[in-house]
Ligand binder design. Structure first.
Ligand code: ACO
Ligand SMILES: O=CC(=O)O
Ligand code: MG
Length: 561
């Protein structure tokens, strides 16, 4: 089916919602096939059953933040030592996803979904999170697209190129990543309050697709999910209960749904066993979400001026704390019988510069070889052009679908709290401040206009990478960091940052061209980014702080005419 959403027409119709549910997003006949009374009813049930637990988990995050801001550091929890030391394993890996050596990721856009499923990767992670700007249009089109993808009918007509896209016979296995627990969905009110974003993403997708997915993709298992940005096993426990509730509603066997948790916050690295334990009947591994992990390191230590990061470009997987995190993740997953997935290299193919392209691809190759040799069972690719390189690197596994049994990494059991927290080495420079600024502003301008992942300076940028730019700037300004490089002892201040912003905006205008600059949301993004970087208190999430700017409520009075 070709997706043709109707043109905006106010006051024509409203969604058929159950009691207590109000949809405030634009009405569209195509969206109405997703926002059915029964599907909304299921989302409302999830919200009512779990909202108290989610509220408590978010309060615990705030309490942990208060402790870190008073000087504490995260560490292993003595009260759950029995879980870390215990000899339990997770449910066995479903055969349909035993081999996940290369996973492509991308937002839930129609053409991207078809391209990703056809890309030759083993898995496609369809993203409602880091790679998606969560506007009503993007979210609802995403749901429509996924439904068409699961039932195999998805097509896309690129009118400019007169090219029709449809699925190949062989496609990647689909995983879906809902938003993190912290994000609300302002277009759906349940009992008068905004719905929890991830329960909307999960609930609607599960409701419409579980039966078909299990038949055509999961060989009796599924659907499959990726779970982002958790900080504690209590959050994994909520997901486990959500899965059990969904399985009960669908009348399918407990343990059918499987999920890979991203370990992408610093507190979560101390909870990997506990997270797997909570999800042991529904787990299919952990993944090194390296970009959010770096963001989380800065955020966790926002009040620790003795733990500042060097320039963003220097915080790679070679830093001791990053290597320790990935090694311990491999060891933990393989001990528990599940996949230890690698992460995303930010390089993407560079079309107009063969030499630069060769260097970028070489960096990707090295990163993937490091992952497979360390014992990872698979990796992420941001672009179809990277899949051959990733496949080639993971051919190191030979004919084995994964390394769960063969790479135990017992040596990594010696990794300590100090290893995981070790301060990364490197310089802090004016160029680092400049790069953070021009990337952060351009990313935000794209996000405000509906794009959640963009190519900038030949790298993939998404919400996680932009967060690093924001929080690093904030921290450097907050502590008046002395910059390395010119021997002048220049310190970062609001005034210096103000000049950098002005100069970088001029540069951006030149680079994108006056016309695009004027028509885009660069000035608005600049204002918001500057405000965030200079705020007295660090906002927890950039996308949460600016979310109101992409909320578009359907005119309530018109809808009742
Ligand atoms: C930190 C994290 O969370 S990482 C995970 C989240 N981030 C992501 O998923 C990023 C995914 N990648 C992307 O969004 C894109 O590759 C970008 C924005 C980085 C680059 O996009 P572009 O510059 O438009 O790519 P480019 O022009 O080279 O695309 C060429 C073709 O590849 C396709 N393509 C590019 N990336 C993808 C992808 N990830 N999945 C499927 N198809 C893709 C394009 O649709 C295009 O197809 P076409 O030739 O049929 O028109
Ligand atoms: O989601 C992945 C990350 O690196 O962040
Ligand atoms: Mg992430």
């Amino acid at each position: 089916m070709e997706l043709e959403t109707s043109v905006y027409r106010p006051n024509v119709a409203v969604y058929d919602s159950p009691d207590g549910v109000e949809v405030r997003g634009r009405y569209d006949q195509v969206f109405a096939k997703i926002l059915t009374r029964d599907a909304l009813g299921f989302v409302a049930e999830l919200q009512r059953e779990f909202r108290g637990h989610v509220r408590y988990a978010m309060e615990c995050r705030r309490e942990a933040k208060r402790r870190y801001n008073s000087g504490a550091v995260p560490g292993f929890d003595p009260s759950t030592k029995f879980i870390r030391d215990g000899e339990w394993v997770c449910a066995s890996v479903p055969p349909s996803v035993a081999d996940r050596r290369v996973e492509i990721t991308g937002p839930v856009e129609r053409k991207m979904i078809i391209n990703a499923l056809n890309s030759g990767a083993k898995v496609f992670m369809a993203d409602f999170e880091d790679a998606l700007s969560p506007s009503w249009e993007n979210l609802m089109r995403g749901q429509v697209n996924l439904k068409d993808a699961v039932d195999g009918s998805i097509t896309f007509h690129d009118k400019a190129r007169n090219k029709v896209y449809k699925l190949n016979d062989q496609v990647a296995k689909l995983f879906v990543r809902p938003r993190g627990w912290h994000l609300p969905e302002a277009h759906i009110l349940i009992d008068g309050e905004p719905a929890i974003g991830c329960l909307v993403d999960f609930g609607l997708y599960f409701f419409h697709n579980y039966a078909k997915f299990r038949q055509t993709q999961g060989s009796g298992f599924g659907p499959f999910f990726y779970l982002p940005k958790m900080e504690h096993s209590r959050e994994a426990k909520i997901w486990n209960s959500v899965f059990e509730r969904a399985e009960k509603m669908a009348g399918i066997e407990r343990g059918s749904i499987r999920a890979t948790v991203l370990i992408e916050t610093l507190p979560a690295v101390f909870q990997m066993n506990e997270i797997l334990y909570e999800l042991r009947d529904h787990s299919v591994g952990l993944n090194c979400g390296r970009w959010d992990y770096i963001f989380s390191y800065v955020k966790t230590f926002q009040a620790h001026p003795d733990r500042l990061l060097p320039d963003r470009v220097l915080v790679g997987m070679g830093q001791h704390f990053m290597r320790s995190y990935s090694d311990l993740l491999i060891r933990t997953c393989h001990k528990r019988g599940v996949h230890a997935m690698g992460g995303m290299a930010a390089q993407i193919p560079i079309r107009d510069d063969p030499k630069a392209n060769e260097m970028a691809l070489d960096l990707v190759k090295k990163d993937k070889l490091r992952e497979v040799r360390a014992g990872h069972d698979g990796t992420w690719a941001a672009h179809p052009g990277l899949i051959p390189i990733c496949m080639d690197a993971f051919s190191h596994m030979g004919n084995n679908p994964n390394q769960i049994k063969s790479m135990k990494r017992d040596d990594a059991s010696a990794i300590t709290e100090e290893d995981l927290l070790q301060i990364p080495r490197g310089v802090r420079t004016l160029e680092g401040l400049r790069l953070n600024t021009r990337v952060g502003i351009q990313y935000l301008a794209a996000w405000l206009t509906g794009s959640g992942s963009v190519p900038l300076y030949n790298l993939m940028e998404d919400a996680a990478t932009a967060e690093i730019s924001r929080v690093q700037n904030w921290q450097w300004i907050r502590y008046g960091v002395e910059l390395d490089g010119d021997g002048l002892g220049v310190r970062v201040s609001k005034e210096l940052f103000g000049r950098v912003v002005e100069e970088e905006m001029e540069r951006v205008e030149k680079e994108v061209g006056k016309d695009k600059f004027k028509k885009g949301m660069y000035k608005e993004a600049c204002k918001m980014f500057t405000k965030q970087c200079t705020a007295a208190e660090l906002d927890d999430f950039l996308t949460l702080a600016v979310y109101d700017h992409i909320v578009a409520h359907y005119p309530i009075n018109a809808s009742r005419l």
